[in-house]
Design a protein around this ligand. Structure first.
Ligand code: ZN
Length: 182
């Protein structure tokens, strides 16, 4: 069977073709990203910068986590690091072949490094991070051919939900800091 979407990609509009429209192909990614967003909301409730992550393999969640830097007083306690550590522990393996990491915000250099070292197959992230993003914005560590592992990257999934959560968090924090607060 031919793939009409690919043949007509140049004039593609969001239209279902044999149940293979672009939205339906992205549906699993949106599903898991919603779970990552739920983790981000937990971080928000715990007064942490709201970022959440889940590691999935064959439709099963191997690990999840949210930012816990303040609670643990640990600069490495980013959502991705916690989710990767949990997934390795669940898999009983230092490598996460065949796994996808879903994270609500573009990973920083530390997490992008951990994504490569854990040999994740795919990375799906939501909002772009202009300040520290290392998966396209400032650097592109998962796609750097000088490293010994390349990760497939999909960006912008439910990005607006993720960005809205972050905006609301920082607005609230500024309000709490008072009119003279930074
Ligand atoms: Zn990070």
């Amino acid at each position: 069977m031919s793939l009409p979407i690919l043949e007509h990609a140049d004039k593609y509009v969001c239209r279902s073709v044999n149940d293979m429209s672009l939205p339906s192909l992205l549906e699993p990614d949106r599903h898991w990203m919603k779970l990552a967003l739920r983790e981000a909301e937990r971080a928000y409730e715990e007064k942490e910068v709201p970022v959440g992550a889940v590691v999935v393999r064959d439709g099963i969640v191997l690990g999840k986590g949210h930012n816990m830097v303040e609670q643990l007083k640990d600069p490495t306690a980013h959502a991705e690091m916690i989710a990767i550590t949990a997934a390795c522990s669940a898999a009983g393996d230092k490598r996460l072949d065949g796994c996808t990491l879903y994270v609500t915000l573009e990973p920083c250099p530390m997490c992008a490094g951990a994504i490569v070292w854990s040999r994740l197959t795919r990375l799906v992230f939501g909002a772009f991070d202009e300040k520290a993003g290392s998966c396209s914005t400032l650097y592109n560590i998962p796609r750097d051919r000088r490293l010994n592992h390349l990760v497939e990257v999909v960006s912008g999934i439910l990005a607006e939900d993720s960005a809205a959560l972050l905006r609301s968090f920082f607005a609230e924090r500024r309000l709490a800091a008072g009119p003279s607060g930074s």
